[in-house]
Ligand binder design. Sequence first.
Ligand code: NDP
Length: 327
Amino acid sequence: SKKPARVAVTGAAGQIGYALLFRIASGEMLGKDQPVILQLLEIPDEKAQNALKGVIMELEDCAFPLLAGIEAHSDPMQAFKDTDYALLVGARPRGPGMERADLLAANAQIFTAQGKALNQVASRDVKVLVVGNPANTNAYIAMKSAPDLPRENFTAMLRLDHNRAASQLAAKGGFKVGDIRKLTVWGNHSPTMYADYRFATVDGKSVKDAINDQEWNKDVFLPTVGKRGAAIIAARGLSSAASAANAAIDHIRDWALGSKGEWVTMGVPSNGEYGIPKDVVFGFPVTTEGGKYKIVEGLDIDAFSQERIDATLAELQGEQDGVKHLL
Ligand code: NDP
């Protein structure tokens, strides 16, 4: 049988963690033949550590055959030891009276420390997914804090935006959501993201032609996808957790096991593709194979799309400028 994979998860006692860990342990992320060791990180705070103990008891009580070990940590240097995967979920939420700059600074501190720890103790092939917001900028900070690891190992989650877009398109066009191919989301995981179905197909036919409604794209689809998180908070009184966890599973599964030629969306450091400056962690269409992703190149960017891409890039560069002095 296979050697267990080490999977570190931060913010493990939070909402997303609760929706995520059981699915990782049951084999939905890395495959039903891949044992896993969970290396869980929470803040040292007693309440968080106690909550983490409770989650671990529940994981034990599931008697998952693939779960080869569980560790609880409060120090990233221990949680990231030899880890093959790192899902960075824990982040500092915006508190009352907290300005955007304070939020960026608080998270910069967390992700600088975690990047440094990954740099020192993680597997050299570690695959890092940042979920905690602001996800793209947090991934950028972690990457910059880990100079000895390949920069392409650091990614941010745009997959929830991708899945939300697919679901809206399926409803509008009467498609089966699983039949939609070549969809992507450009940019920042924020309401400025640009979900782009110009290249999307169902059974080889153009989704754009089938929908044929540019007003709907601009006035309904993009705002609906962009503000979906807020709509869920309004309805549920809590932020989305199960769908965020599901997207994290999709992201790592496709990265690790391959997308079989299909496009998926990942936030990855740019190499200059589509005029996005090097190292900006940006949502791109990618294909994955053998544990590596490749940005889909050569797509035509029309004036409307360029405007959207410029806007989400400007927001990301603003965030980056806000943390530069901390790196
Ligand atoms: P959640 O588990 O609900 O969310 C965790 C992070 O994911 C937040 O930053 C959240 O951003 C982000 N996120 C990204 N996409 C989504 C999405 N679509 N829907 C919802 N959230 C999304 O937060 P909890 O407060 O329940 O749990 C966080 C845990 O992390 C706590 O237990 C805390 O102790 C821990 N923590 C751990 C740290 C560490 O390990 N070093 C550091 C800081 C916190 P947003 O805030 O924008 O919703």
